[in-house]
Write a protein that binds this ligand. Sequence first.
Ligand SMILES: [Fe+2]
Ligand SMILES: [Fe+2]
Length: 320
Amino acid sequence: MNTSHDISGAPEEALLQEFDHTIDAGQRVEPRDWMPDGYRKTLIRQIAQHAHSEIIGMQPEGNWLTRAPSLRRKAILMAKVQDEAGHGLYLYSAAETLGADRSDLTEKLIEGKQKYSSIFNYPTLTYADVGTIGWLVDGAAICNQVPLCRSSFGPYARAMIRVCKEESFHQRQGFELLTKMMRGTDEQRAMVQESVNRWWWPALMMFGPPDDESPNTEQSMKWGIKRHTNDELRQRFVDMSIPQAKALGVTFPDPDLKWNANRKSHDFGEPDWSEFLAVVKGNGTSNIERIANRRAAHEDGAWVREAAMAFAARDKKAAS
Ligand SMILES: [Fe+2]
Ligand SMILES: [Fe+2]
């Protein structure tokens, strides 16, 4: 097969021109449209990594489901963790519209061949972490994901609209939990501050490495897959979080954090990028546990997949 032609027989150059025009006009690329291989591959990698993050992200908070302090807290946490499963499913479906195979993506995750957000390799040590994750981790996810609602790839953009609505509930439930704890005892306030101290820097690292060390950003921005650079989003998150921290009565563990009147933004310190790289490479506290749990869940679910396939095959036979 001549790969420089699609089934309609149009030469690749003309197809590329049409694709560029769609991107430049701010219109959406849909699954059946022609797209350059690099665009498809970049999107599959990004959407898969996002889907994996949603699914692995169920674990740190899932850890506290059986020990929630009240029925109300348990109901909220269960709803939140289930939402994350839903986000993973929308995203795997979006990746499938690009020709990816979901079981192949899962295989790559549990073989360590595809990444997920390094934030989920930190352990949840207290119930305050449930609140801090909602507030800061889901908060950072919202900063990252709101611009993706305008992603040039239609199915991804549409999935993000629904995901972002749910993420804002996640952030609010976290903030509400922390507010309640800050109005409680001295021990509860100390628990919140200790939790914020642990999560602040990892939350800043969620935006990825600094712009000058992020080689794919430029191309992704040209393609409309990415709308802002890592550093722009990190700055936005810092500026957004500071008044919220004041309202809560907590501080962030960064002596360099201060208002810069010239920039009309906050200056802040440099995250420890060597820690970031170590966690990305698999040496975080919880990397091994997260993947082992995911692998066990996948293996335990084999009978469900087999039953579903057998049912579908029987159905198909009956219909023919
Ligand atoms: Fe999510
Ligand atoms: Fe979330």
